[in-house]
Design a protein around this ligand. Structure first.
Ligand code: GMT
Length: 376
């Protein structure tokens, strides 16, 4: 198949899923055309079946803001025609599904199909704003196929937007050959010079991630267990988090690493992964940690209970229940037998339920199903 993929090329989970999906589909012989305003962050090596089409948009002085949606639409139309696309796969509905719908209307006789994958904040946050809601509902209903990354997000979409359409749940995935524990590669002594336990968190440091909770949980843990906290990623909440760490007097026990490329090596140093999000439709970072044999302690929101098996691969607690999350963490950090059991169970779950081959096949089968649907 010839597939156009549009996503945010940035650090967030939706762009990672879209890019890794495209790379895997290319390996299976499909022609993959990424269409975005910048090269997707993880598109890092040449492949005969992968092509990148950059969306150019001029900012004419009359406009107070760049008009990305029409520019993206035009590029989608251009690529669909020149590359005879079978599918346009829009990852994150705003504004990608809107551009996809407009492109379909312009391409009317080319019979290209639009598939929209809902990732989270497009539904639970941004899409609910009055300025987006009607367009969100319309572009979902007009897509030829819609997937969501968790049962939670599917239900949220059906109820929040009063959608009658069938939505296919296809969860996030991880390459368990790339994301696996490599004790030798991690050089743990650099992060924990005195043999401390290593706690870790990865995110784009937006308020929804509650990274300050991670720091407050760590503050309780480090009173009971010699430990260090490694924070990976960057974003609008980072400065506030550094302030919280200084105010709690634990700044020197925390490493703010910023954005990092070699995640598997770093995750291989971790003894525990914390994800206390306010909202999380799946939790790709937690899955990546599990694949590297790191138990996860998370909040009980969104799709996280579909990923973290409570008291098997980690623990789940209410949003903001810092004391309980810290208690769970100390329990695991002071019982290596139990922690190792959780770690192995998490790896097994990643391999069995969320491995790349299994989930990419689900997307591939869904593409075929949508293409075979008779256009009414
Ligand atoms: O996690 C983020 O804030 C980035 C966001 C995105 O849209 O890039 O991630 C969403 O998509 C990921 C991939 O499907 C999911 O694993 C994340 O749970 C989801 N984020 C939220 O729902 C907050």
């Amino acid at each position: 198949m010839n597939i156009g993929i549009t996503c945010y090329p940035t650090y967030g989970g939706s762009g990672v899923v879209a890019t890794e999906l495209g790379k895997a589909l290319a390996k299976r012989g499909h022609k993959i055309h990424f269409i975005s305003y910048a090269m997707p962050m993880r598109l890092n090596r040449y492949d005969d079946n992968i092509f990148y089409h950059e969306v150019e948009f001029s900012s004419y002085p009359v406009f107070d803001f760049p008009l990305y949606t029409p520019a993206l639409t035009s590029k989608m139309v251009e690529v669909a025609k020149s590359e005879k696309l079978d599918i346009i796969h829009a990852h994150y509905a705003i504004p990608h599904a809107i551009s996809g719908y407009l492109a379909k209307q312009i391409l009317k006789h080319d019979n290209v199909k639009l598939i929209t994958t809902l990732h989270g904040t497009d539904i639970t946050l941004v899409g609910l704003e009055p300025s987006f809601l009607p367009v969100m509902k319309f572009s979902i209903e007009e897509s030829d196929g819609v997937t969501a990354v968790s049962r939670f997000l599917k239900e949220k979409t059906l109820t929040n937007y009063n959608i009658q359409k069938e939505i296919k749940v296809i969860p996030n995935f991880v390459d368990t050959h790339e994301y696996k524990r490599r004790e030798d590669a991690c050089r743990k002594h650099r992060l924990a010079p005195n043999g401390e336990k290593v706690l870790m968190h990865t995110s784009n440091f937006r308020a929804v991630k509650r990274v300050s909770d991670v720091i407050k949980i760590f503050e309780i843990i480090q009173q009971k267990v010699p430990s260090v906290l490694v924070l990976i990623g960057d974003g609008p909440d980072r400065s506030n988090c550094e302030l919280v760490a200084r105010e709690l007097g634990i700044y020197n026990s925390i490493k703010f690493l910023g954005k990092q490329a070699e995640l598997p090596e770093l995750l291989s140093c971790a003894d525990l992964f914390l994800m206390p999000s306010q909202s999380e439709s799946f939790g790709l970072s937690a899955l990546e940690a599990m694949a590297c044999e790191v138990p996860v302690i998370s909040s009980s929101v969104g799709g996280l209970p579909e990923l973290v098996a409570h008291n098997q691969t980690g623990y789940i607690a209410e949003i903001g229940d810092i004391e309980r999350m810290a208690k769970y963490a100390v329990e695991l950090l002071t019982n290596e037998t139990k922690r190792a059991q959780f770690a192995h169970a998490g790896r097994k779950r990643a391999e069995e339920e969320f491995n790349l081959d299994k989930i990419v096949s689900e997307y591939e089968n869904y593409y075929t199903e949508v293409l075979e649907k008779v256009s009414v």
